[in-house]
Design a protein around this ligand. Structure first.
Ligand code: NAD
Ligand code: UD1
Length: 339
């Protein structure tokens, strides 16, 4: 049996593929390489000493999916493929709904036709919208995401819930990630943003390595201890371990299960800057800028449900998250593409 990883050449997907291979699974990756390089998988093969089948293609391509499912004996689908740039989703909502929502519909239709009904979906804490009190637990109703990217995640969650309601043979995990950061401890694979990074940690990391001059801190007047935004940063390797646990859990039970994947601990922008400076030994110059539209003051998880039901907790602390990010950045200043 094999596991299909959509978006497996990307940031989180490549770490997942490595871990699956190390656990003895056979892995097939379906990725259109719209936001990734096949170099990530070449390195994964080198690190694991095992081979990955990379199918270069799109989750919206139904004939390709049908061929893939008939050519391979697939037990589970881990579905990471999607577009994730919030600002871009505001400019190009149709592109986002087509890729993320239609793509997932096509994938599920092909899975259904092939009789494969085990799916792990990469969702996001963004589906909670603006929450008044922290921490956020899964029983809270979903909110109103402030952008098309977030809405595409919420729509897919709702579609998958309806699907499992209609047919009890489906086993689906909706994993709501908080803020994934870090890189594999080897420094060989990591996050390789295409353009100017939107997210804090890749931006800080590029400032520290000298690719950017200064970090703009989006607001220092929030009602948080130091005035800057607070988030729940989680090491990508912990996130991957959460997926392994979720896969085992949904093999035992059908229906939809929702789990937060976060640490339960929030850190402010200034705390991230300080931790990164300590990890890198470099200064991270910053300027205070206006708040970013759509940002919330704070967001962190209650991870108790995942601990109780999956036996999973995030283990890696902030210093390790920053050290691993730095090791990847220093070893690969231009990401996967050589300068
Ligand atoms: P990423 O962009 O590095 O990986 C996504 C991968 O999917 C890329 O390799 C891309 O080429 C591929 N892809 C995109 N559209 C595709 C399509 N139509 N067909 C085939 N392949 C396609 O992003 P990531 O950070 O690894 O995120 C993985 C998943 O987790 C995404 O669904 C994302 O929305 C979700 N997520 C990410 C974060 C985060 O902060 N990184 C947070 C919450 C949720
Ligand atoms: C963002 C997305 C969210 C997505 C998540 C993971 C927005 C509004 N939200 O969340 O939908 O699920 O990424 O991909 O984009 N910050 C700075 N300067 C920067 C970058 C960020 O000060 O250059 C601050 C932000 O204001 C925030 C914190 O750092 O307080 C974290 O930001 P970021 O890494 O972008 O994550 P989120 O805002 O949580």
């Amino acid at each position: 049996m094999s596991i299909l990883v959509t978006g497996g050449a990307g940031y989180i997907g490549s770490h997942m593929v490595l871990s699956l291979l190390e656990h003895g699974h056979n892995v097939i990756v379906l990725d259109n390489l719209s936001n990734a390089s096949s170099e990530s998988l070449r390195r994964v093969e080198q690190m694991s000493g095992r081979q990955v089948i990379l199918v270069k293609g799109d989750i919206r391509d139904r004939p390709l999916l049908d061929n893939l499912f008939s050519a391979h004996d697939i037990s589970d689908v881990l579905h990471f493929a999607g577009l994730k740039a919030v600002g871009q989703s505001v400019e190009h909502p149709l592109r986002y709904f087509d890729n993320n929502v239609s793509g997932t519909l096509t994938l599920c239709q092909a899975m259904e036709a092939a009789g494969i009904r085990r799916l792990v979906f990469s969702s996001s804490a963004t589906v909670y919208g603006e929450v008044a009190t922290m921490p956020i637990h899964e029983a809270l109703p979903t909110g109103s995401p402030t952008n098309p990217y977030g809405r595409s995640k919420l729509i897919v969650e709702e579609v998958l819930q309806d699907l499992a309601k209609a047919d009890a043979r489906w086993s689906i995990a909706l994993l709501r990630y908080f803020n994934p950061v870090g890189a594999h401890e080897s420094g060989l694979i990591g996050e390789d943003p295409n353009d100017i990074p939107n997210n804090l940690v890749p931006f800080v990391s590029q400032v520290a390595v000298g690719r950017r001059d200064v970090l703009y801190v989006f607001g220092d007047d929030y009602a948080t201890p130091d005035g800057t935004g607070v988030r729940d940063y989680i090491h990508v390797s912990d996130l991957v371990e959460g997926h392994l646990c979720a896969m085992q859990a949904i093999a035992r039970q059908s229906g939809v299960n929702i789990w937060n994947l976060g640490t339960g601990q929030g850190y402010s922008v200034f705390e991230i800057v300080n931790a990164f400076e300590a990890a890198s030994g470099r200064e991270v110059p910053y300027r205070i800028a206006p708040r970013r539209e759509g940002d919330i003051a704070e967001c962190w998880a209650d991870p108790a449900k995942a601990e109780r039901e999956l036996g999973w907790t995030a283990k890696r602390r902030l210093d390790v998250m920053m050290q691993d990010t730095w090791r990847w950045q220093v070893n690969n200043p231009e990401g996967y593409s050589p300068a």
